[in-house]
Design a protein around this ligand. Structure first.
Ligand code: LLP
Length: 385
């Protein structure tokens, strides 16, 4: 399928590489700002874990989003890209002392705290720096999302968050600590969620919790509902921008907000997923006994999602217009799981043809490894070419 990529410019770049369409990214960010902007108190943070390429971060930061970080490295990357510290939220079940200290030094907006032992350490480290740490408690809402088992996080059996029944005790505990300020509650039920019913279930649970807390005169100023909005992996061209209207409207309709309350979102995949493609070169066409293999120069080290989650990424031969044939598309890594797709239709493929693995802007480059002593793939944005 020829036509949608700047293929002449691609010929000069060492494959495999990620290509980020910053025009689509900017249109996506505009839609987010327009749709979230319709609802007072809605604040969107970008989940840096999805893609921390400095140029991509910079475009997102310029659109005015905050940052959601899960490590000291991500806090540093967000600050380097220009995100203001007071728009950074920091979550994670296992925060190291140096990471907490970094967050305190930079003056981040909020630590999303997942246990009492963690709260005690944050209080102690904040005391040493003579600072007040602002915290939200991550509550495990025991709400399942209809998505892959490895990426649901809101069930009682998951390691994430504080159980609902312990919530009031933890807030009470926090109010006694000198260097802690309680800001609100944090939730996240999973990723690649396309059924708005899952987000409605979360809203209902939050409404129950709010009533319970109100009965104990506990004020919750901030509600962070996490991220999780999915993208259409089957139709990257037809649905390049997720339905942010439906998403934000669902929360606006279902969450019973109190006066002045803020709702924070932590979107990763929905922001960057569709604007990225992994571009790889065909090395060999190999005829097996029963099938035909297209062996490409990218592997599971460059894009691990198919091997790890059996994830589907649409694959296109962007150098060929010949009639389609059936191929298994495989990488060069010494693992039998290094397969991008089995028995898919591609325009007839030859050595040297460029292949695009679509919808790879989220959890692609950032999850790459150097297994087999391979080089990490580079990322290019439209302006680089
Ligand atoms: N907030 C929290 C607390 C999270 O754990 C996550 C993702 C997000 C926000 C952003 O979620 P998103 O909007 O991107 O769905 N590597 C997997 C996805 C792991 C998601 C982990 N947490 C994949 O490739 O599908």
């Amino acid at each position: 399928m020829k036509g949608t990529f700047p293929i002449d410019k691609f010929q000069e770049i060492q494959t495999p590489f990620y290509y980020y369409d910053t025009d689509l990214l900017r249109r996506t960010l505009k839609t987010i700002n327009e749709e979230a902007g319709k609802h007072p108190g809605f604040e969107v943070h970008y989940a840096v874990k999805a893609n921390a390429n400095p140029k991509v971060l910079n475009v997102i930061c310029q659109a005015g989003l905050g940052a959601d970080c899960v490590s000291g490295g991500e806090i540093q990357a967000a600050i380097n890209a220009g995100f203001p510290a007071n728009k950074i939220v920091y979550a994670g079940v296992g925060k190291s002392d140096w990471e907490i200290n970094l967050g305190l030094e930079k003056g981040i907006f909020c630590f999303n705290v997942e246990s009492i032992p963690e709260l005690e350490v944050i209080n102690e480290l904040a005391g040493k720096q003579n600072k007040i740490a602002q915290v939200c408690f991550r509550i495990n809402p025991d709400v399942g999302a209809h998505t892959h088992a490895n990426i649901t996080t809101g069930l009682a059996e998951n390691k994430f968050g504080i159980a609902m029944r312990d919530m009031e005790g933890v807030i009470e505990e926090a109010s006694k600590m000198k260097n802690i300020k309680f800001l609100g509650l944090h939730f996240h039920i999973g990723s690649q969620i396309l059924d708005m019913g899952d987000f409605e279930a979360l809203c209902n649970r939050i409404n129950e919790l709010q009533n319970q807390l109100e009965a104990h005169h506990i004020v919750v100023k901030n509600i962070n509902v996490g991220g999780g909005l999915g993208i259409d992996y089957n139709h990257p061209n037809r649905v390049p921008i997720p339905d942010f209207k439906d998403y934000f409207d669902t929360y606006a309709k279902k969450l019973k907000l109190r006066d002045g309350q803020k709702v924070h979102f932590e979107l990763g995949r929905a922001v960057v997923g569709q604007m990225g493609s992994l571009i790889t070169k065909t090395l060999y066409i190999k005829q097996g006994t029963a099938k035909q293999f297209a062996i490409v120069d990218a592997g599971m080290t460059d894009l691990i999602r198919p091997a790890l989650y059996q994830a589907f990424h649409k694959i296109e031969n962007i150098s060929s217009d010949e009639s389609v044939e059936t191929y298994d598309v495989v990488g060069p890594i010494c693992e039998s799981s290094d397969v991008f797709a089995k028995a898919i239709d591609l325009n007839k493929t030859h050595r040297g043809d460029l292949i695009a693995l679509r919808s790879a802007g989220a959890y692609g480059e950032i999850m790459a490894s150097q297994y087999n002593c391979r080089q990490l793939p580079k990322g290019y944005i439209t302006e680089d070419l």
